[in-house]
Write a protein that binds this ligand. Structure first.
Ligand code: JET
Length: 231
């Protein structure tokens, strides 16, 4: 029996998360497989301008997000067993294996930085033994080698990859079983449907043969050639 997974995010742009009400993730919410709660970082400010950032110590370009505001936002979310995910281009690369690991969590909290990032003491604080003894883990995660305006879109990517792995979210669980057999992540063969000929291009003959052993062999070969080409 797998319990409800709670997914929370802290952001200065809560509207970025409206797609979570659509499609697969929207249905996972209705089916009470996940519960999503988005928190506006600015609601934890106490000045008239709702300031969330300040200039960096040591100088340099841009602004850094204030640890005091992040602490106020995150403290009430850090219950026992929480996985705190900080999105950053400098983090560990997100892949299918990490998605499978996160899918076993009962509570994911996404910290979405903007500007030049969040004061590093936030990461240090929630990584302390006081938190790890309560099974609270901090993960700095990157979805790829490029720079985004903030962590919101990266969070959406991770939430989608994780949610579709939860029991009951995908109609045909066999597709997940086939995926998990590809241990290097997602190794796929090319797919074809009707019609047999489209714009002069025909479907590979083998797929029409009904020989399931030969079809499986052909697909494995195609998948490995594709993997070679795309690195
Ligand atoms: C990203 C994730 O750009 C990415 O993440 C969002 C982002 C943008 C700007 C600053 C920032 O700060 C992170 C931070 O970490 C402690 O403060 C995060 C690109 N690939 N994956």
């Amino acid at each position: 029996m797998s319990a409800l997974m709670k997914i929370e995010a802290v952001t200065i742009f809560p509207d970025y998360f409206s797609p979570l009400n659509l499609s697969l993730i929207g249905k996972a919410q209705s089916a009470e497989i996940i519960e999503v709660k988005i928190h506006d970082l600015r609601s934890f400010t106490d000045d008239n301008h709702n300031t969330v950032d300040d200039t960096p110590y040591g100088g340099g370009a841009g602004m850094v997000m204030l640890p005091e505001i992040w602490g106020r936002a995150l403290d009430p979310l850090m219950v026992d067993g929480t996985d705190l995910i900080i999105l950053t281009p400098a983090g560990k690369r997100f892949d299918q294996k990490m998605a499978e690991k996160f899918a076993t969590s009962e509570h994911l909290v996404f910290a979405c930085g903007r500007y030049e990032g969040i004061d590093d003491r936030v990461r240090i604080h929630y990584s302390s033994p006081e938190y790890s003894s309560r099974n609270i883990r901090v993960h700095e995660v990157s979805i790829g080698d490029y720079v985004l305006g903030g962590g919101e879109v990266a969070s959406l990517v991770i939430i989608e990859a994780v949610t579709r792995l939860l029991p009951g979210v995908i109609g045909n669980p066999q597709s997940l079983v086939e995926e998990s057999h590809n241990t290097e992540g997602y190794l796929e063969y090319p797919n074809f449907t009707k019609p047999q000929e489209w714009r002069g291009i025909t479907v590979p003959e083998i797929l029409l043969s009904g020989n399931h052993g030969e079809i499986a062999k052909w697909r494995t070969l195609q998948a490995s050639e594709r993997a070679k080409e795309n690195g």
